[in-house]
Design a protein around this ligand. Structure first.
Ligand SMILES: NC(=O)c1ccc[n+]([C@@H]2O[C@H](COP(=O)([O-])OP(=O)(O)OC[C@H]3O[C@@H](n4cnc5c(N)ncnc54)[C@H](OP(=O)(O)O)[C@@H]3O)[C@@H](O)[C@H]2O)c1
Length: 331
């Protein structure tokens, strides 16, 4: 089969596109014919080694997939051949990625694709949306009526956070570029603050005088110490980005108000947590309430270029989706 793969961790240039033996599926697994895969920041971290995880070599890159089941391993009762499914936890912790004609998916990491949802739409959203679900629910403990601040509300994860937080009945404040104000409002933000204007902390305090219950900055550019200061009693900061950011905190600001700061990575999520996220994602996908902003579809043979462009910051507001080369429409 055709596959985009690496034989060792390294730069985007190490990605090859060529023939690898097609995998077979074992007990508890399904084999899918791949329709679409997405390109995430984390795919570049896995490829480069910035995010260390067990990889079988040659390693097929990628994490999220939508495909049609073509074979079902023993013991799998939830799915049958012909079912369309998605997964967002391949390509790490010893599992092969899906950037190939066929991919093996453990059945407990496969979720049915809701009727009528395009493969590209689903695959583009499942990673940021599951991240948002975990940040808000598994780690942030969001409750209806709370005030939530999202840093970088127009980004892939940020816009999913805005959508899911609004869906939970929270008041949603986000920071974004002034040009993205209307987009963030359309996703469900109540207030949008221009991140380039001065004194974000002062403006946040002015519109949330009772304090912020949950703050999540996807840009890793906001000042975590200021966010902690802005929290209501028992408020939480959830950290999901800023791999090399160092901060200085005043612990008294934290413990004297029962505030907390907590980090997480979706790669550590349990199967049960991912399944809970998938339930919410499928409910929202089915009613068109979760949509990627822009999708650029490229043939899988362009995987190397896709990684390089993501690393160069050349895909603002756009999600790259790779499809098998023969599925590309003629130019
Ligand atoms: N922990 C996890 O499990 C997990 C999972 C998924 C992703 N992540 C991480 O989450 C981060 C965001 O990913 P993404 O795909 O959402 O990226 P993205 O689409 O590039 O979004 C980042 C957003 O931040 C905005 N921004 C830039 N500077 C800002 C500032 N000073 N203040 C506020 N916002 C600012 C950007 O706006 P402009 O476009 O105007 O620059 C953009 O909208 C990445 O670091 C990724 O690795 C972590």
């Amino acid at each position: 089969m055709h596959a985009a793969y690496i034989t060792a961790r390294g730069l985007a240039e190490t990605i090859r596109f060529g023939e690898l033996p097609a995998p077979g599926c074992g007990p508890g697994e399904v084999l899918v014919r791949v329709e679409a895969v997405s390109v995430n920041h984390v795919d570049t971290f896995v490829r480069s080694g910035a995010y260390p995880t067990r990889l079988p070599f040659p390693f097929v890159i990628g994490r999220d997939v939508v495909g049609v089941i073509v074979a079902v391993g023993s013991g799998v009762t939830a799915f049958a051949r012909g079912d369309r499914v998605w997964s967002n936890s391949l390509g790490h912790d010893g599992r092969q990625g899906p950037s190939a004609d066929f991919a093996v998916v453990p059945a407990d990491r496969a979720y049915p694709l809701p009727e009528g949802v395009a493969a590209a739409t689903a695959v583009a959203i499942v990673h940021p949306a599951a991240t948002a679900y975990l940040a808000l629910h598994a780690h942030g403990g969001i409750r209806g009526g709370e005030t939530v601040h999202i840093g970088g509300g127009a980004g892939q994860v940020g816009s999913a956070l805005v959508t899911l937080a609004a869906e939970s009945g929270a008041r949603v404040i986000c920071s974004a570029s002034a040009a993205d104000r209307a987009y963030c409002r359309s996703m469900g933000a109540d207030d949008v603050l221009d991140y380039r204007a001065d004194d974000l902390a002062g403006r946040l305090r002015a519109i949330a005088p009772g304090g912020i219950d949950l703050a999540i900055d996807t840009s890793a550019r906001e000042d975590v110490a200021s966010l902690l200061d802005l929290l209501a009693p028992r408020g939480r900061v959830v950290v999901l980005a800023g791999m090399t950011t160092r901060v200085t905190l005043t612990l008294g600001e934290l413990y004297t108000h029962d505030r907390s700061i907590r980090g997480f990575a979706i790669s550590n999520a349990t199967v049960a947590e991912l399944t809970a996220a998938a339930g919410t994602i499928n409910r929202l996908l089915a009613r068109g309430a979760l949509t990627p902003r822009r999708i650029e579809t490229l043939p899988m043979s362009h995987a190397r270029r896709a990684h390089a462009r993501l690393e160069d910051g050349d895909v603002r507001g756009t999600r790259i989706v790779l499809v098998p080369d023969e599925a590309m429409p003629p130019p």
